[in-house]
Write a protein that binds this ligand. Structure first.
Ligand code: MOS
Length: 699
């Protein structure tokens, strides 16, 4: 019998390691043809002339689309990543923008012909240098004002005996999920489409494509059983996918478009670089008197996206005087977007670095400083946190790591000729939840099916759904079959904002209860026996769950603490992360195994962000200077130590009946600060600009 909190291996594990899991580009359709996008070589200006004559005559070519013969798409009400519709005019807003689509009988022929499209541009001056960009106050972000003040920071700072005022920078990071962006669109009978595309939001995709194509939602079917990583880049349709869907209708053949890594660097999302100024004041006891957080980030001419770094500031530390402020400038780049802990990750980089600086300034232990200043309420929502155990993350973490043995001065520890440093930082992410519906079916064979149009982008959702159903039905987890990722199933909600488990689990619990009620049985075993007796095939029920009034009474937030060790060879500027411990409070842990994997994945992505990842845009042509997984430097196995993970806390039953808050994003937050804080402890050098590359570490 499976119980919540136990460790269950992935339901989809065998399919994935044996290659039978089908990803978007791998669906086999007869009569399939291939599209290759043509992209701009300038970053700003107009297309003066586009000559497709040679491309059209190339072998195997079936169609060439440009802004002069763009396939019809409608402006959707729902969100798409890039608000400008593909091929809508002759304007070019960033290098690598889609300016055409070539369709041919093979991928190679489509690509070959795409390079035969000749374009004359009228180039304009590009804005690609953030230091010369025109920053303005950021507009509200999904309904939330980006500016907030309570109390008076100046008077709070006047009361402070210890002060930190520093600027922290983070780099542009590219989305690089293992599975590149790919889509197949099949307009079978001509009046509806089946779309094979990885999506973090199956029903959202269905609705959005229906709006884009001007047909009703029932005429669109989305199939997305497996996703090779999303991280925020697969939640809404991108331009290449919209173009594929529209073009497929015109050519009346199933059409596949796969982006190359190089195309992805320019047009499939990134995390904007940030520049953040943090001002902290504290009295000599270490009680914070003021927090001021100013952020600059960048967006694109084709849409608005603010990296919302100040979302974490009101939740972390108590202060009567708080000021938040975000500014945004437009550059000639593709649209930045959600990337694992959007805002929280760079925000915690700045705040948790500044907290460490304040701790050294006060000569107070950084764990102690955080414990002293914990806030029991969300200082913007003015609501108490539900089931908050941040203090346990800090205390348990310090004890497990042996934090009390830390040298009290920087540059005090060395091993094998390398400087050793210990650092720590906090982690946080909100508890979010959406609507979800689930169908549960009990079969005479003694198995149960859980059916919902949620999805598993590698997070472990298949397994979590099975565990919840096994628990509710009191049958072994092996007897549960889970189907996700098909829009014909009931709406399972969005796998974003770390909310899939919190949305889906209560609906599964409700559907399990409902199916027993339908069967007039107390237990699943009893229901199976009834089927056996009656010869009936199955009992089936659908139930839904949604957030209620709870968010008017409580603020829901997950918490964590990272502790790490670095070893630095100053003669060559080499930094190795040699130890890692993360302690997390995420409400109920449904599957300890996949939850710990989520934490490890977040820490790995955080180490990568801290030490390696950055993308510069060529100042002359505006194109990202990195163009694949070799030139975009990110962490490999050899860069990662063993990552120890522990969970503390309790089920957050104020939040939902399953008590789960989710774990997808929290672990990346605070990682870069923990490392930079360890670098200071090792070397006495305070690094405030990511990534922490060797040049910054040389003696
Ligand atoms: Mo996540 S960045 O909300 O997919």
């Amino acid at each position: 019998m499976s119980k919540m909190g136990t460790s269950v291996s992935r339901k989809d594990g065998v399919a994935k390691v044996t290659g039978t899991a089908t990803y978007s580009a791998e669906h086999q359709l007869s009569n399939l043809v291939h599209g290759y996008v043509v992209t701009s070589t300038i970053a700003s200006g107009q297309i003066q002339r586009i000559d497709i004559s040679e491309a059209t005559k190339a072998p195997g070519v079936l169609a060439v689309f440009t802004h002069l013969n763009a396939p019809k798409v409608f402006k959707p009400k729902s969100k798409i990543y890039e608000a400008r519709l593909p091929l809508s005019d002759n304007q070019v807003h960033y290098a690598g923008q889609i300016i055409g689509l070539v369709v041919a009988d093979t991928f190679e022929r489509a690509r070959d012909a795409a390079f035969r499209v000749k374009v004359d541009y009228n180039p304009q001056t590009l804005v690609i240098d953030a230091t010369k960009a025109n920053f303005k106050e950021a507009p509200p972000n999904f309904g939330e004002e980006m500016k907030f003040t309570t109390g008076d920071v100046a008077s709070g700072m006047a009361k402070a005996t210890a002060k930190v005022t520093q600027t922290y920078k983070s780099s542009t990071e590219l989305h690089a999920p293992m599975e590149p962006h790919a889509i197949i669109v099949d307009w079978h009978s001509g009046d509806g489409a089946t779309i094979y595309e990885h999506t973090q939001w199956v029903l959202g995709s269905q609705r959005t494509y229906a709006e884009l194509l001007g047909i009703s939602a029932e005429k669109v079917r989305i199939i997305s059983p497996y996703i090779g990583g999303g991280f925020g880049s697969k939640a809404f349709p991108w331009s290449h996918a919209i173009l594929c869907a529209a073009a497929a209708k015109e050519i009346k053949r199933p059409l596949k478009v796969v982006l190359s890594r190089r195309q992805m660097t320019a047009l499939a999302g990134h995390r904007s670089e940030t520049e953040q100024i943090i001002r902290l004041g504290a009295n000599k006891e270490g009680i914070i008197t003021a927090i001021d957080h100013e952020v600059k980030s960048l967006t694109s001419p084709v849409d608005v996206f603010t990296e919302p770094c100040t979302s974490i500031t009101p939740v972390m530390y108590k202060t009567d005087n708080l000021r938040l402020m975000q500014e945004l400038a437009v550059m000639n780049v593709g649209v930045p977007t959600f990337m694992r802990a959007p805002g929280e990750n760079p925000g915690m980089w700045a705040l948790e670095s500044a907290m460490d600086e304040l701790a050294w300034n006060l000569k107070i232990d950084p764990v102690e400083l955080r414990l002293k200043n914990e806030t029991k309420i969300h200082q913007r929502k003015k609501l108490p946190f539900s089931a908050k155990h941040f203090d346990d993350c800090l205390k348990v973490g310090a004890e497990k790591f042996g934090w009390e043995n830390r040298a009290k001065e920087p540059r005090a520890t060395s091993r094998d000729g390398k400087l050793i440093g210990w650092g720590m930082a906090a982690a946080t992410f909100p508890g979010l939840r959406g609507n979800a519906s689930v169908k549960v079916r009990l079969l005479r064979s003694g198995t149960a099916h859980v059916l919902t149009a949620g999805n598993d982008m590698g997070t472990g959702a298949y397994t979590v759904a099975a565990i919840i159903a096994a628990e509710a039905l009191q049958i072994p987890v092996e007897k549960i079959r889970v189907e996700l990722g098909d829009s014909r199933l009931p709406d399972g909600g969005l796998a974003g904002g770390s909310m899939m488990s919190a949305s889906m689990a209560p609906a599964i619990m409700a559907a399990c209860q409902e199916v027993l009620k339908q069967a007039k049985a107390k237990t699943a075993q009893e229901a199976f026996a009834l089927l056996e007796k009656s010869g009936g095939a199955a009992f089936e029920a659908t139930a839904s769950s949604k957030p209620g009034e709870e968010s008017k009474k409580f603020a829901f937030q997950s918490w964590g603490a990272h502790f790490c060790e670095v070893a630095i060879d100053e003669t060559i500027g080499r930094l190795r992360v040699t130890r890692w411990l993360s302690v997390m409070d995420i409400g109920r842990v449904i599957n300890a195994k996949t939850a710990a994997s989520q934490v490890r994945g977040g820490v790995i992505m955080g180490i990568s962000h801290a030490l390696m990842e950055e993308c510069h845009f060529d100042p002359n042509i505006g194109y990202p200077v990195v163009y694949d997984l070799a030139t975009y430097h990110y962490a490999a196995h050899a860069d990662i130590p063993r990552i120890e993970v522990a969970f503390v806390g309790e089920p957050d039953i104020n939040f939902n009946p399953a008590g789960v808050r989710g774990v997808g994003e929290i672990a990346i937050t605070g990682v870069s600060a923990a490392i930079a804080n360890a670098v200071y402890h090792a070397t006495g050098k305070r690094l405030r600009s990511l990534p922490l590359t060797p040049d910054k570490l040389l003696a």
